[in-house]
Every structure is written in structure tokens, then in C-alpha cells.
Design a protein around this ligand. Sequence first.
Ligand SMILES: C[S@@+](CC[C@H](N)C(=O)[O-])C[C@H]1O[C@@H](n2cnc3c(N)ncnc32)[C@H](O)[C@@H]1O
Length: 244
Amino acid sequence: MSKKNKELTFEDFQKLAKKKSLSLPEKIGFPSSYREGYYDVILEDIYSKLPFNKENKKVILDIGCGCDVLTHKIIDVCKKQQHTLLLNDSQDMLDNLPKDNYPKYIPGKFPLEHPLLKRYRGKIDYILCYSVLFYVFANDNIYQFIHEAIDLLKSGGRMLIGDIPNFDKRNRFLQSKEGLQFLKNQKQLKGSTSHENLNQKMDDTVIFSLMMRLRKFGCETYLLPQRPELPMANRREDILIVKR
Ligand SMILES: C[S@@+](CC[C@H](N)C(=O)[O-])C[C@H]1O[C@@H](n2cnc3c(N)ncnc32)[C@H](O)[C@@H]1O
């Protein structure tokens, strides 16, 4: 792996999670301002792909859940809708989330063996994996990660791999009239993240080959845009996987 690749590792996130001086977004590696004012739009975008806000008693797994405001909101909605919610991340990250009997926690680096994952294998309705895949791509085995997740889904279950930075999409945007205007307007550069400049990037070839591969393993796959009002919608996109 290139030495220029300084993307945060699972262990780096663990360290951030423990730092008392950091805000919740900072603990997951984002500046505090990054998602400010956007949490509800992000949630609406997620619901349009995994409609768990309108359903009851589903089994939902969030891999790399972090501890940001978004996760706290997801916990509240899932509790209200009486879903079984399984949250996975490092113990240090999970320590920043509610400590009562809801939700159920699965501490550790995914993929991992855990009694709850064994119990719910093949029974999970929805898997959410938001703003996580890039870090797996940069540091670990992306195929092992996704195949292990798909195995947990029930037939008809969905996995949303959300907020994937696509370097080719970003370049297409920046070369467009709209993108040139965007570059001129420094204000709109809020939310730009360093990993877009790294050597190892996710691009069209990575994203489409991943989607094609999963279709060979009994899944339908769809590449979906984010809601245009989201600050990174011009360079990030989501993969929705439906298990046959
Ligand atoms: C940028 S944060 C996103 C957190 C949350 N999904 C959100 O969107 O608010 C990335 C998270 O992925 C977690 N993570 C990275 N690799 C992981 C892995 N292999 N297994 C579990 N969690 C992982 C990190 O600990 C971190 O909390």
C-alpha cells in the first residue's frame, strides 16, 4: 500500500473515540461543521433507500455505526418503530452511545465472530454501512467485508453502502460549468475531505466492478445518487444491494 495513504484506520478511529475533548462528529473523523444542519436530510435520504422509519419490528444492523448525532437519531427512530437494532463498531466508539438495554451492541472490527451475528445470520432485513466503505477499501479487504455482510441478510434483505466518495464523479463535476462555479465559491467547499487527494481512490472502476461482482453472488445492485441538497452529493454516491 502506498505510503501516501494516510486514511484513518479502525485503530485510529478507536483513539479518536476515546478523546474526551472531541465533539461527536470529531470522534468519527469529521469536522464539527461537516454535517451541521444536514442530519435530517441525510436521514431522509437513507429512509428513501431503507424505509425503516415507516416499518416495524425489522432486524437492522449498522456496521461502523460511529457515535455521531446521526447514530443517536437512528437509535431513537429504531426504538420507536420497535426494530431490533444491532450496532457494530469498536468498543471505544460504542462507549459514546446510550448505555441502557437498547440497542444491542456488537463491539469489534467487522467482519467478526459474535454470538449476535451468529443468531441473526440470514435473518437481517437491513444493513446500513454509511461513510465506512472508503476506510475499508483503503485499509482492509473490501470483498471479504461485503460478502460477510451479505451473508447476514435474509432473502429480500437490503444493504445500503452509503456515502461512497467516487473520484471520477468528483472530476466530472469539477470539470462541468457547475463545478467551475462551485470551485470559485469557497463557501461551498465546506465538507471537502482530504481523502479525495490520496493516491488510492475509489472511482468508477472500483464501484462498478463491486456491483458487477455482487450480481454474480445472488444480489441485485443499484448505484443511487444522494439527495442534491447534501453537500457531498456532487462527488459521493450510494450502492443499494438487494439479496435474492
Ligand atoms: C466516518 S465514520 C462513520 C460513522 C457512521 N456510520 C456515520 O456515518 O455517522 C467511520 C466509522 O467506521 C468504523 N469502522 C471502520 N472500519 C470498520 C470495520 N472494519 N468494522 C467496524 N467499524 C469500522 C470506524 O470506527 C468509524 O466509526
